[in-house]
Design a protein around this ligand. Structure first.
Ligand code: SF4
Ligand code: SF4
Ligand code: SF4
Length: 276
C-alpha cells in the first residue's frame, strides 16, 4: 500500500522534478560541451538512456540518476550494516568511460528493474528519455527499458553441454518472456534432454540479473549494448510469411525478370563484376 502511494506520488511529481532540475543545471548546460565527447562503445547506461552518441553530449553529469537509484551506495545493507554497492556508478578518471557519466556493470551490480524507475524522472537534461519508458497508460514501465541485450555464449554455457542449469532463467524478472528454456534431446547420451536458455530481444531489458546469476567463472550470458549485440538485416529482405513486414514494402517498385529464372548460381550473380 505504502509502496503504491509512493509510486503514485513519483508519477505525479515527474514533470515538476524535471523542470526544477532544468533550472538548477541551467548554468552547467550553458557551460556547453563543445569538445566531442568520447566513450567506450561497450558501456551500459541507465534505463531510458538515449543513443550513446547523443547521450554523451546530452548528459550534464549531474549524477542525479545515481543519487536517485533505489540501489545506491548510500543505502545501508541491514545484514552487514555496511553501505551497499550501487547499481549506477559515475565514471571517474581511469574508468575508460566519459568522466562524470553514469553506467553500470551487471556482473558487479545489475539493475534491479525498479517498477517506478526512480533514476529516470530526475534526469534534467533528456539524456534519460522518460517517454521511452512510458506504457500506453502513460505510466512508468521498466519493462520497456532497453539498456542492452543479453547474449549467450553457447560454448561456455553449461546448459549447452547438457548439464542442468537454469540460474539465468530463474534470475530473469521477465521469465518466459525475455528468456525461455528450449527443450532439445541430448543425442550424445540418447536419454537426457538439454534445457537451453534462449534470449528474446523484444522483451529483454538488459538489466543483467542473468549475467550476475550465471554460475560460470566468466559469465556465459552477458549484456552488451544493443548496437553491438545485434546485426541488421537491411530493408531489402522481406519476411514473406509476416503480414506486417509485407506492409512495410507494399509501395516498393517490383522489377520483373525479362529472362525468366536465372539458371546460374548465386555466386555467378554476386561475382558478376569480378574477374578471376
Ligand atoms: S531501475 Fe532501479 S536499480 Fe535500475 S538503475 Fe534505476 S533505480 Fe537503479
Ligand atoms: S543521465 Fe541525466 S541525471 Fe544522470 S548524470 Fe546525466 S544528466 Fe544527470
Ligand atoms: S538482461 Fe537477462 S535477466 Fe534482464 S531481462 Fe534480459 S534476459 Fe532477463
Amino acid at each position: 500500500m505504502m509502496e503504491n502511494q509512493e509510486n503514485n506520488r513519483r508519477k505525479f511529481i515527474v514533470s515538476s522534478v524535471q523542470s526544477v532540475g532544468l533550472m538548477t543545471v541551467g548554468g552547467v548546460l550553458l557551460g556547453g560541451y563543445a569538445t566531442k565527447a568520447k566513450s567506450s562503445p561497450m558501456v551500459l547506461r541507465p534505463p531510458a538512456a538515449i543513443k550513446e552518441e547523443d547521450f554523451l553530449t546530452a548528459c550534464v553529469k549531474c549524477g542525479l540518476c545515481a543519487e536517485a537509484c533505489r540501489n545506491r551506495d548510500s543505502n545501508i545493507d541491514r545484514s552487514t550494516g555496511k553501505a551497499k554497492k550501487s547499481t549506477l556508478k559515475i565514471a571517474k578518471a581511469g574508468d575508460e568511460r566519459l568522466i562524470g557519466t553514469p553506467y553500470f556493470v551487471p556482473r558487479d551490480i545489475p539493475c534491479y528493474m525498479c517498477p517506478d524507475i526512480p533514476c529516470v524522472p530526475v534526469c534534467p537534461s533528456g539524456a534519460l528519455d522518460i517517454k521511452s519508458v512510458l506504457n500506453k497508460k502513460n505510466e512508468l514501465d521498466i519493462n520497456k527499458a532497453k539498456m542492452g541485450l543479453a547474449v549467450v555464449d553457447r560454448e561456455s554455457c553449461v546448459a549447452f553441454w547438457g548439464i542442468q542449469c537454469d540460474a539465468c532463467y530463474r534470475a530473469c524478472p521477465l521469465l518466459d518472456k525475455a528468456i525461455t528454456l528450449e527443450y532439445q534431446k541430448n543425442e550424445r547420451t540418447g536419454k537426457h534432454a538439454y534445457l537451453l536458455p534462449i534470449v528474446h530481444s523484444d522483451a529483454c531489458t538488459g538489466c543483467g540479473l542473468c549475467e550476475k546469476a550465471c554460475v560460470t567463472e566468466k559469465p556465459a550470458i552477458f549484456v552488451l549494448p544493443r548496437d553491438i549485440a545485434q546485426g541488421k538485416v537491411g530493408s531489402h529482405y522481406v519476411k514473406g510469411w509476416d503480414v506486417k513486414d509485407q506492409e512495410r514494402v507494399k509501395d516498393a517498385q517490383v522489377f520483373e525478370s525479362k529472362t525468366g529464372i536465372n539458371k546460374g548460381s548465386a555466386l555467378d550473380y554476386l561475382n558478376s563484376k569480378d574477374e578471376f
